[in-house]
Design a protein around this ligand. Structure first.
Ligand code: FES
Length: 373
């Protein structure tokens, strides 16, 4: 018998009608108990497939639920929450598939790091049917549309993941007329190159794509680390190419120095998963006016400074605040805004309308605010 699936419209109707019956808990919370993928408040995805890429890396294919917004760009990352022994951990992983329609599966690829409890769990212990929490896709590491005529992709190790999404997207589009893409990728050896077989097959098949593999530990005379100093030998026209780089910090930092020294810093795009936490130097740090914040479900009201994250303000007032990374990447603190406007402490941008989900760890009150907590 075919499985019945609720449409987006049906879910909205049910939620609207039920909302009047279930206050203060939201009907969404009950739906999430029945099936986490029905929740709009706490977006989730179900693992459909776990595929080994190398001995250390696995690709997870996830089917997102109703709450996840599908419109990502190839190269962006998704915050992902996994519960291990009762504790929810948040990490960010690059999507390795091009954008697809609502509800369509997408993939991420995780390398198990020796010290990484979460990465080892995701790469080796996750099973089809397991459910993970999701934040919205985000990040500025993506190609413009249309892509530049000459592109250099500079990657090492698991830094290949956002670039793989870009290559797959370009391949799906049949390439873009006149685009010439060179990937210079470093890995220990051919067998430990994540996506190695697919990359080599692409290089054979696609006239606009060339692959240069650098193996740090293969053969009788290992090549050692890939450094930008070696770049001119493998990519003589690197100065003329727009470059996207992702990999270990040492590679990215030396690439930034090389491009800056050449006066080409604006042609280099790098991907790091280390956003700065909000601090006293953030744009809102200089604002001084206090604001009244009300936590509607808890019945608590407090006054906070304009540079104080709402997460911190709620905790100080004794409200049970959901949280995770506390620096704006995991979306573990996302909360509905019922009234008022908030300021993003990272950018200074003022935003928010009733019903919007806001990240309390990087948002401060901009005037009176009410949160659904
Ligand atoms: S985004 Fe992680 S706690 Fe706010």
């Amino acid at each position: 018998m075919p499985r019945r699936v609720l449409t987006e419209g049906a879910v909205r109707l049910v939620l609207g009608a039920a909302g009047r019956l279930t206050t203060p808990l939201l009907p969404d919370d009950y739906l999430a108990l029945a099936d986490p993928l029905l929740s709009r408040r706490w977006p989730a995805g179900r693992v459909e497939e776990v595929r080994a890429e190398t001995a250390e890396a696995s690709t997870l294919v996830l089917r997102p639920g109703h709450g996840w917004r599908p419109a990502h760009r190839a190269g962006q990352y998704v915050p992902l929450g996994v519960r291990i022994d009762g504790v929810l951990h948040w990490r960010a992983y690059s999507l390795t598939t091009p954008p697809d329609g609502p509800g369509e599966p997408f993939s991420i690829t995780v390398k198990a790091l020796p010290e990484g409890r979460v990465s080892r769990y995701l790469a080796h212990r996750l099973r089809p049917g397991d459910v993970l929490r999701l934040g919205p896709a985000q990040g500025t590491f993506h190609l413009p549309a249309p892509p530049p005529r000459r592109v250099l992709l500079l990657t090492a190790g698991i830094g290949i993941t956002p670039v793989m999404a870009m290559l797959r997207a370009l391949s799906d589009e049949g390439g873009t007329a006149g685009t010439d893409v060179l990937l210079v990728h470093s890995s220990p050896d051919p067998g430990r190159t994540v996506f190695g077989p697919e990359l080599r097959a692409m290089a054979e098949r696609l006239p606009w794509f060339r692959l240069h593999e650098h193996h740090t530990r293969a053969g009788a005379r290992p090549a050692g680390h890939l450094t930008p100093a070696r770049l001119p030998a493998v990519c003589p026209d690197w100065r003329e190419r727009a470059t996207w780089a992702c990999g270990p910090a040492a590679l990215l930092e030396s690439a930034e120095r090389l491009w800056a020294a050449a006066g080409l810093a604006d042609r280099l795009h790098v991907e790091r998963f280390r956003p700065l936490p909000p601090g006293p130097s953030s744009p809102a740090g200089s604002l001084s006016s206090d604001a009244r914040v009300r936590f509607a479900a808890s019945g608590v009201e407090t006054t906070v400074g304009a540079g104080t994250p709402l997460l911190q303000a709620g905790e100080a007032a004794g409200v049970a605040m959901p949280s995770g990374c506390r620096m704006g990447i995991c979306f573990g603190c996302v909360t509905p805004l019922l009234h008022g406007r908030v300021r993003d402490l990272r950018t200074g941008e003022v935003h928010g309308e009733p019903g919007d989900l806001i990240q309390t760890c990087v948002s401060a009150a901009c005037g009176p605010v009410t949160l659904d907590l």
